[in-house]
Structure formats: C-alpha cells, structure tokens
Design a protein around this ligand. Sequence first.
Ligand SMILES: NC(=O)c1ccc[n+]([C@@H]2O[C@H](COP(=O)([O-])OP(=O)(O)OC[C@H]3O[C@@H](n4cnc5c(N)ncnc54)[C@H](O)[C@@H]3O)[C@@H](O)[C@H]2O)c1
Length: 277
Amino acid sequence: MPASTSSGAFPGPRLERLLLTGAAGGLGKVLRESLRPFANVLRLSDVAALTPALAGHEEVVSCDLADKAAVDALVADCDAIVHLGGVSVERPFEEVLEANIKGIFHIYEGARRHGVKRVVFASSNHVIGFHKQSEHIDAHALRRPDGYYGLSKSFGEDVAQFYFDRWGIETVSIRIGSSFPEPANRRMMSTWLSYRDLTTLIGKSLFTPGVQHTVVYGVSANRDVWWDNTAAALLEFMPQDTSEVFRDKVEAQPPVAPTDPSAVYQGGAFTAQGPFE
Ligand SMILES: NC(=O)c1ccc[n+]([C@@H]2O[C@H](COP(=O)([O-])OP(=O)(O)OC[C@H]3O[C@@H](n4cnc5c(N)ncnc54)[C@H](O)[C@@H]3O)[C@@H](O)[C@H]2O)c1
C-alpha cells in the first residue's frame, strides 16, 4: 500500500493519495496540517465550505456523504481513507441516518469498488457510553451506545468488520475520547486525546500491517483512563501527552454532583440527551 519512502520529519512510508473526510471540521482542520507527511496528496472533503487547496499537496472535493454516487467518485484513486465526516454530536435519528449510517456504507462501497484497502474510522467513546466510569473496559466489552450518534458509530464498526471479512478491507476504528486543545471538564480529564497523540495514532492505523479490523481507544496517557488498549497492542500506540497538566485549571471549576450523568457514565451528558420530538 505505501507508495514510497518519505523524506522529512515523518520517517515512515508515504501514501500517494489519502482521502480525509470531514476536513472542514474541528479535527479535520488540525489533521489537514498534521497528516501532511503521510501522503503526497491529501484529498480534502466536506459538505461544508473548505478553504481552497494549497498548491501541490492538497485537492478539495466537496461531497455530501449521503450521496452514494458522489462518494463513489470521491473515493476513486485514493490509497487510504481517514473518515471523520458526519454528525459528531447527539442529533435526531434522521440526521444521523443520512450523514453517518448511509455515509459509512457509501464510504466502504466506494472502497470496495475502487480497491482501497485501508480505512481509519473516527468511531467514538459513545459506542460504550453507558458503561459506568467506575468500570475499566477493553475493546471486547459489550457495546452500550448512549444515543443515535453512538448507535451510528457502533454500526460503523460493524460495517468495518463486515468489509474486512467479506472484502479484505482493513480498518482501525478509533474510539476517540475527547480530542480538543485541552480538557474542558472533569470527565475529559479521563477521556482527553491530544492532537499530537491523535496524529500518531492515525499514522499507526494507516501503516501498521495486518490490522484486519482493530478497535482502539483514542486517549492520551491520562492518570485516570477507563480504557485498556491491550486488544490493539499491534499498533504499538504510545501516547505522549497527559491531561494531568490541566488538572488545576479543570478542578477550579464548580464541583459536579456525583449523580450527574457527566460523573456517572463514560459517555457523560450524551446519556441524558433526547428524545427529539
Ligand atoms: N472531537 C472529538 O473529541 C471526537 C470524539 C469522538 C469522535 N469524534 C469523531 O471524529 C470525527 C471528527 O470530529 P470533529 O470534532 O472534527 O467533528 P466536527 O463536527 O467538527 O466535524 C465533522 C465534519 O463532518 C462534516 N459533515 C457532517 N455531515 C456531513 C455530510 N452529510 N457529508 C459530508 N460531511 C459532513 C461537517 O460539515 C464537519 O465539518 C467525527 O466523526 C466525530 O464523530 C470526535
């Protein structure tokens, strides 16, 4: 799969063309920069407006993930896909259905039709959001989605497994915790994933041979992590950052009642959202 050996800061292999969906989003804007060493060309896509492509190493293709023909054309000529696009918070089912559920089916159908053999799927901690914060779980724990959004990510992981079993397309599903510049609250002290660690994990997910379908928790080396990544040991993901450096700032916030969902469940406030009637 790697097209060539790179020069520069990233010593590993390099793809010819890497598709990044959701490129206009919060993580997409960051990864548009940080994934640059991984490919000669980054194909950036979103349904929202993107700033123009930078000459040479970027190309912009607008696309609604709910449009099967458009996604098929989007995937053509790519060597791998980092799939971030879609609804990223709890929303009515009908919205989640279009962007996330139909969207991931279209991505894998495109991958099958065009011979793409590696996908990195931005899954979520909300696949297991109804586990209690007192539990320590690994990738084999029962999935307990905490809403329509979490259900769509759980479906996405099933799609990834199916397309490996049936078509040999390999995927790393990253159950991202909370990837923001810094943890915004007490829960995120456990779930925070730095942008640097996310970038490292995506690199491992793109280039580690034989991942089949691997589920990994995307979390930095925080003090109180609830997730065990033993099942994803082949990725050799060693996070470099920790939320600990933000502890004083976060703990200066008003305390949260111990019965508040944000203090009880791994999925936090998402467990108490909806219905949308
Ligand atoms: N940021 C986190 O902490 C976090 C945690 C868990 C999972 N994730 C997942 O990582 C991915 C990126 O997260 P983010 O924080 O950047 O979210 P974001 O909402 O900022 O970005 C998502 C992007 O997807 C695009 N999108 C939505 N519907 C679309 C459609 N129908 N067609 C094409 N594009 C569409 C949006 O325009 C947006 O730019 C998402 O899949 C999210 O579920 C993020």
